[in-house]
Design a protein around this ligand. Structure first.
Ligand code: GP9
Length: 419
């Protein structure tokens, strides 16, 4: 039966992600804070404009954190909600629409539910309308204790779509202090750097020079503001004592929708190949700060949003064996494959870009050691694995397989509430 074949895939994959090495359980019982930053891409990390750093706070934090320099978003049409879904469930989003909207009543092995079972208090923070992306319903089903949405915040820094990220972080951390739950899992979704980026926050103070007045320039200003908000968040957590017992993860949800290659070439000061553009548009940064600043460094191996939940569980010493994850464990030391929902994929050796007509032979296979095109057959096994994983992931989501495998999984009870 198809269902048994799918379970067999997960059983095999478990052998790759469940590894009890020296980092397994190293941060047992630590708080976990995961920040998903709106449209926060990787290409500007560590870069300057007119002699000014774009992300000085991120760059400083990098020195005492793990920075994954080839980390990919794996989203499709569901954008921010796809990033959220992939991160929490370690499954691929669907090719069309958002899982949050299409299948919120199906069962998934998600981080908030798992951590809640382990004694954590999971809470989610996003200062926008609670019904957007069907979050209210989905978050209830994911077993968050509370969803702090726009109505729970004082709009004392109106910016862009809603509340500025600086105030958003400040108020969210105050809420965590009040909750005083030990340990906590906090998932925070920022918003200030949302398209079309024309927020012009007072005092963000980035001179974008030749990009001034363009959407690209506005985008750089908005991520500079988000970086300042991150700096303030870290300062607040150091001051209130949370910093030393919290694993902090910060990543971008998806690209900025600015496809104009000329802008990136001007900004980076070099001409860009198709592979460069593909990586620019699909890479977001991932920063992982351990409570003791351990394992700091730059990690170049490919990684992606699906890898976050298996990796968090590893650090906390919670076995992933009962669950159904498709991502990698970033601490397993095993080879990784990262698959984008477009059908592009990479491992440590090749990068495959699918063709518009989606036929394998019309796609392009790059050898990552040279950055040059190579024989398409070098991407053959990865292509087959990609198709296979999409089939498994889509079947799990659309046929509600996790509920059939484990009737006690999330959403076993029908959802009865409305926003
Ligand atoms: C709003 C925000 C927007 O709540 O999450 O998401 P996006 O438009 O980027 O999917």
């Amino acid at each position: 039966r198809e269902m048994d074949k799918d379970q067999a895939w997960f059983d095999d994959h478990q052998k790759l992600i469940h590894v009890e090495n020296e980092t397994y359980g190293k941060y047992k019982d630590s708080n976990v804070m995961v920040i998903q930053a709106e449209a926060f891409m990787n290409f500007f990390i560590g870069k300057q404009i007119n002699g000014q750093e774009i992300t000085p706070h991120f760059n400083k934090l990098m020195k005492e954190s793990m920075y994954f320099s080839n980390f990919y978003h794996q989203t499709a049409q569901g954008r921010t909600s796809d990033a959220d879904f992939s991160v929490q469930s370690s499954l691929h989003p669907l090719q069309t629409g958002s899982v949050f909207i299409r299948y919120p009543d199906h069962s998934y092995d998600v981080l908030p539910t798992i951590l809640k079972r382990e004694g954590y208090s999971p809470n989610v923070f996003h200062a926008y309308d609670s019904s957007f992306w069907n979050r209210y319903t989905m978050y209830k089903a994911m077993n968050y204790d509370h969803f702090y949405s726009k109505k729970d915040f004082v709009i004392d820094e109106p910016l862009g779509w809603s509340l500025g990220d600086k105030s958003f972080f400040r108020q969210s951390v105050s809420r965590l202090e009040e909750l005083n739950s030990n340990p906590f899992y906090a998932f925070m979704i920022t918003l200030s750097s949302h398209h079309p980026y024309n927020i012009h926050p007072d005092g963000s103070g980035l001179d974008t020079g030749e990009f001034d007045g363009t959407m690209f320039g506005d985008y750089l200003e908005s991520v500079h503001y988000v970086d300042q908000a991150l700096g303030e968040l870290v300062a607040q957590m150091k001051a209130n004592g949370m910093w030393d017992n919290t694993i902090l993860m910060f990543y971008g949800d998806h690209d900025n929708s600015i496809q104009d290659k000329v802008m990136y070439e001007k900004f980076l000061g070099k001409s860009l190949t198709d592979l460069d553009m593909q990586q620019i548009m699909n890479q977001v940064p991932l920063l992982v700060h351990m409570p003791d600043g351990g394992s700091a460094g730059v990690y170049d191996e490919p990684a992606g949003q699906l890898d976050i939940t298996p990796s968090v569980l590893h650090l906390l010493g919670i076995s992933s064996e009962p669950y159904h994850f498709m991502g990698n464990n970033l601490f397993s030391g095993k080879p990784r494959m990262v698959i984008l929902r477009s059908g592009a994929f990479t491992d440590e050796k090749v990068y495959y870009i699918p063709s518009k007509d989606n036929t394998f032979l019309n796609g392009t296979c790059y050898d990552l050691s040279t950055g040059k095109q190579t024989d398409i057959q070098a991407c053959g096994p990865g292509y087959q694995e990609t198709l296979n994983r999409f089939t498994v992931s889509d079947q799990v989501i659309t046929y509600d397989l996790i509920r059939r495998w484990n009737p006690k999984a999330m959403n076993a009870e029908p959802i009865s509430s409305s926003p």
